[in-house]
Design a protein around this ligand. Structure first.
Ligand code: PSU
Ligand code: MN
Length: 300
């Protein structure tokens, strides 16, 4: 495996010594956020972790290796070049074998982080069951990965471009705990809450850490999804979002986009339809998740 995995020295050392480390994904850089803010945000997320005494490890793929802990130059490459693959579990061996540049989704970032011994990962939103999945069968591999890779994933829930009730049902079927952080309603990314109740509620990083340790003690292989609402002052009301989403979904239909291009297409449309306003919300919720992930990593 060493041939295909490269863990940055400070990350390896922190893991070895039980110092706090968090993983960060790179699909959000290459395919989720617009340029040039994508690279700025990725670097800011790392800086935020370092300020809190936590080592950040952004995961990506370059020159036939999974890199756990990208350098700023490598983040720049993934954030500015056009031939970067969006890599999920399915694409991982292909990207390594062909030495293509790859940005890792939540799914592939979990894999890389786990191989490196990292237990906590901060992202914006996870992939999920798409609206219309009964016809398209479009269900993100992020959900499956949560059922078989033991990482704590901190997110602001999932975007309402997805079918949120089905996403939660599927996570329940897979045995993945979804922990509402200070909320009993599943957060909908841009908006603090949906109408969807959560049964598992926690209020502190310590509670998340304890629950994770219990799960690991039982030999469970699945991860944990922490659903951390966007700070209220940055939220976009649900009704406003729903209008953008309906328009974005219509355009998706018209453009005939399918497969792994669906999520990036919808993200770009929402950004455009909101006149760029969704970007501020996206950035703030990500940094908020980084801070919580750091608290959890320190507790562990
Ligand atoms: N949701 C967002 N922003 C993102 C993504 C999802 O709000 O950037 C990215 C993440 O990397 C996630 C991936 O893992 O999209 C899911 O893609 P798919 O639906 O194709 O599995
Ligand atoms: Mn999909």
């Amino acid at each position: 495996m060493k041939d295909y995995l490269n863990i940055r020295d400070d990350v390896a050392e922190a893991v070895r010594e039980g110092q706090p480390v968090i993983a960060l994904e790179s699909t959000i850089i290459a395919h989720g956020l617009p340029r040039p803010q994508n690279v700025e945000v990725a670097l800011r997320a790392e800086e935020e972790a370092r300020k809190l005494g936590v080592v950040p490890a952004t995961v990506g793929i370059l020159e036939g290796k999974i890199l756990v802990g990208l350098s700023p130059e490598q983040i720049e490459v993934l954030g500015t070049e056009d031939d970067v693959l969006k890599v999920s579990r399915r694409d991982l061996a292909y990207a390594l074998a062909t030495r293509r540049k790859g940005a890792t989704t939540v799914c592939a970032t979990m894999l890389g982080a786990h191989l490196a011994g990292i237990e906590v990962f901060a992202t914006g939103g996870i992939g999920g069951v798409h609206r219309g999945a009964a016809e398209s069968f479009d269900i993100s591999a992020d959900l499956l990965e949560l059922s078989r890779t033991p990482l704590i994933v901190v997110s602001a829930g999932a975007k309402a471009i997805l079918d949120l009730p089905k996403t939660l049902e599927f996570l329940e079927t897979l045995g993945v705990p979804v922990l509402g952080y200070g909320t009993s309603l599943f957060p909908a990314f841009y908006s603090t809450g949906s109408e969807l109740p959560l049964d598992l509620v926690v209020d502190s990083p310590e509670e998340v850490a304890v629950l994770y340790r219990v799960q690991r003690s039982l030999g469970f292989e699945q991860g944990l999804l922490v659903a951390n609402p966007v700070p209220r002052r940055y939220e976009i009301p649900r009704e406003t979002m729903e209008a953008y989403l309906q328009a974005a979904l219509k355009e998706l239909d018209r453009a005939g986009v399918t497969g792994k291009d669906v999520t990036p297409f919808l993200l770009a449309k929402v950004l455009e339809l909101s006149g760029g306003k969704s970007l501020k919300t996206n950035i703030e919720l990500l940094l908020n998740n980084v801070r919580l992930a750091c608290g959890i990593a320190r507790s562990l």
